[in-house]
Design a protein. Structure first.
Length: 257
């Protein structure tokens, strides 16, 4: 059977996971969801991996759920698939994740991109949450993540209308980090990843944790979390190396400790 999730290593410390179901525009079936969860769990625990890039193909990043697995599914069957655990393996990843989006990123594909920390998108990419048009609703976090990313009123328009929109619009509403030409999407994602591999891993991890904490707590709690993380970084050798290198006007050599 053909591999449905490919793993590439385009640079030291960087792993690229490529969704590979081109015949169905990388639609998410249970096997692909499980492969993604297993890969993220493994890579998160691999000390040699510093940044993960998530990509699809030229026609589609991911066109959404594989509807063939939904049409006759019952609530009990859907509950039994434990989608929360599969999505959770991605959202709990402690390392920076960059989504490189070309083509369609619809429904579960848009939600998958929103699990990343940065989204680099093509101007001609197509985003959207069209679930309402087939009688269901988002189940991978869009009602929460999209609202936090773009605000209530823009999110409501996207979710209740079910219409798709371009990468240009996604950039205007703040859904993507960077917009570039189609041919440059993965190159730009890789450059960002390589840049991050030169930074102290613990500082990157703590920054990611603090930002995600802000999505789940009030301002005071988030500030307390940030302050504790800031204080803990003063126990690292990378903090000393970073400050000393800046004062000595040289490039730092971070060791992740």
């Amino acid at each position: 059977m053909d591999e449905i999730l490919l793993q590439e290593q385009p640079a030291e410390g960087v792993v690229l996971l490529r969704l590979h179901r081109p015949a169905v525009l990388n639609a998410l079936n249970l096997a692909l969801r499980t492969a993604l969860a297993d890969s993220f769990t493994r890579l998160d625990n691999d000390p040699k991996v510093q940044v993960i890039i998530l990509a699809g193909g030229a026609r589609a990043f991911c066109a959404g759920a594989d509807l063939g697995e939904y049409i006759d599914a019952t609530p009990v069957e859907i509950i039994g698939r434990h989608m929360d655990r599969l999505w959770g393996a991605i959202s709990r990843c402690r390392k920076p994740v960059i989504a490189a989006v070309r083509g369609h990123a619809l429904g579960g594909g848009c939600e998958l991109a929103m699990h990343a920390d940065l989204i680099v998108a093509s101007r001609t990419a197509s985003f959207g949450q069209p679930e309402v048009k087939i009688g269901i609703m988002p189940g991978g976090g869009a009602t929460q993540r999209l609202t936090r990313a773009v605000g209530k009123y823009v999110a409501m328009k996207i979710l209740l209308g079910g219409e798709t929109f371009s990468g240009e619009v996604a950039a205007q509403i703040g859904l993507v980090s960077e917009l570039t030409d189609d041919a440059e999407v993965e190159n730009r994602a890789l450059q960002l990843a390589i840049d991050m591999t030169r930074l102290p891993p613990l500082a990157l991890r703590f920054i990611k944790e603090a930002v995600l904490e802000s999505m789940n707590s009030d301002l005071d709690a988030g500030l307390r979390f940030e302050r504790k993380s800031f204080q803990l970084l003063f126990s690292t050798s990378d903090k000393t190396e970073g400050i000393r290198a800046r004062m000595e006007k040289r490039s730092p050599l971070f060791l992740g400790s």
